[in-house]
Write a protein that binds this ligand. Structure first.
Ligand SMILES: Nc1ncnc2c1ncn2[C@@H]1O[C@H](COP(=O)(O)OP(=O)(O)OP(=O)(O)O)[C@@H](O)[C@H]1O
Ligand SMILES: [Mg+2]
Length: 363
């Protein structure tokens, strides 16, 4: 491509909603050009091809309605479609590594190496018991999952310029959001969506742990619907109006008010969040076991579930560090108008994808 594309739309195709973000840079100032939140209510038994066609059509309709003429898009994959591993490989030349990467990577990748697109990035050179080694990030993405995203984007009339990983998009965004002094500490990022929670631990500007956990919104809905004997759609609606009750006062007030839904949502949410915290603790332990200097100093939550009332209070109490809801657009000089409050944290991955392009083309 001779000229960098002027506009790239970040499109986060989630299980619950498609999120769209497009930035434009004018005189070195980044402005929000467009944003979109397209809820998807696709029946669970819809065949995959049909599902893709519905999502493409939804995106197409949205672009048309907004008069967006961008041609290029950045999308991403997550969950069991992708594996990210930080590993030490023997020190090899670029050429040697290109020839042997499949063999070197195979022990770390739980998929058949033939079914994945393998990419790698050398972080730095180190040594291990006197042997020269390279700290390497391995990314194995299932070809089929990558192709699905390409099909959806192409079906929407756009050019898929890049297929990234949710966690890397979050990292790109966090680099932009992080206060300058924070590079010295370690931050836990949790992006809690419908099917997946993307976990990253970023320390001194470098991602140390990346992991997807299959505890998220749909786990809440299942538990809530069991308690209230309703369906998942009803549970989804009721959880948006209720909170997880953390303090004894809040709990007592809910009982006093005979708030049956409130108590059910809170019970379900605490159970699910406890399970999630157990998994998060494992990742923190793994991170600390690498002999690092910094423990986690802050938790930043994004994704639709970041809207669950009191979630930051709950996490702060569990991990004994401050927790906050991410504002993915906090770096803009002009904040967006008319954006519903609960859309904002869900835009994190889309914003990271949109930024990634601005960043890449600067290089
Ligand atoms: N105001 C709200 N209060 C509580 N939960 C909310 C609110 N708004 C959205 N959610 C929940 O957030 C979840 C969807 O989040 P998100 O949009 O980040 O998921 P997704 O990216 O589509 O899913 P995934 O990444 O797992 O494919 C749903 O479970 C939804 O019920
Ligand atoms: Mg998501």
């Amino acid at each position: 491509m001779m000229f960098p594309p002027k506009e790239v739309i970040g499109i986060d195709i989630g299980n619950y909603a498609v999120k769209v973000v497009c930035f434009a840079e004018e005189k070195k100032v980044i402005k929000l050009k467009d944003w979109g939140y397209i809820p998807l209510a696709i029946k669970a038994d819809t065949p995959p091809e049909e599902k893709k066609a519905i999502i493409s059509q939804e995106i197409k309709t949205y672009l048309k309605k907004k008069g967006i003429q961008a041609r290029y898009a950045a999308a991403s994959i997550s969950g069991n479609a992708v594996i990210v591993r930080y590993v030490k490989l023997p020190k090899l030349s670029k050429k040697e590594l290109a020839l042997t990467i499949n063999v070197e990577a195979e022990p770390f990748i739980p998929f058949d190496i033939k079914d994945v697109n393998l990419t790698y990035y050398i972080l730095n050179e180190t040594s291990d018991s006197g042997e020269p080694k390279m700290d390497t990030v391995l990314v194995a993405a299932k070809r089929e999952a990558v192709q699905d995203k390409i099909d959806i984007i192409t079906g929407a009339g756009l050019d898929p310029l890049i297929i990234d990983v949710d966690s890397f998009a979050l990292e790109t965004l966090y680099e932009k959001l992080a206060p300058k002094g924070e590079t010295a500490s370690s931050v836990l990022l949790l992006n809690i969506g419908q099917k997946v929670t993307n976990l990253s631990i970023v320390s001194q500007g470098v991602t140390r742990v990346v992991r997807d956990i299959f505890i998220a919104g749909s786990t809440f809905d299942k538990t809530v619907s069991k308690m209230l004997k309703g369906d998942a759609a009803a549970a989804d609606a009721v959880k948006k109006n209720k909170s997880v009750l953390v303090s004894d006062e809040d709990k007592a007030a809910a009982i006093e008010a005979f708030d049956r839904d409130g108590i059910a949502v809170s019970k379900a949410a605490s159970g699910v969040l406890k399970d999630l915290c157990t998994e998060v603790s494992r990742s923190i332990d793994f991170y600390l076991s690498q002999g690092v200097e910094h423990s986690i100093s802050r938790i930043i939550v994004s994704g639709g579930i970041a809207n669950l009332g009191n979630i930051t209070k709950f996490l702060a109490a569990e991990f004994k560090v401050p927790a906050e809801v991410m504002n993915p657009l906090a770096f803009l000089t002009e904040p967006p108008k008319n954006m519903p409050k609960d859309v904002l944290p869900a835009l994190a991955v889309a914003a990271g994808l949109a930024l990634r392009k601005l960043k890449d083309w600067e290089e």
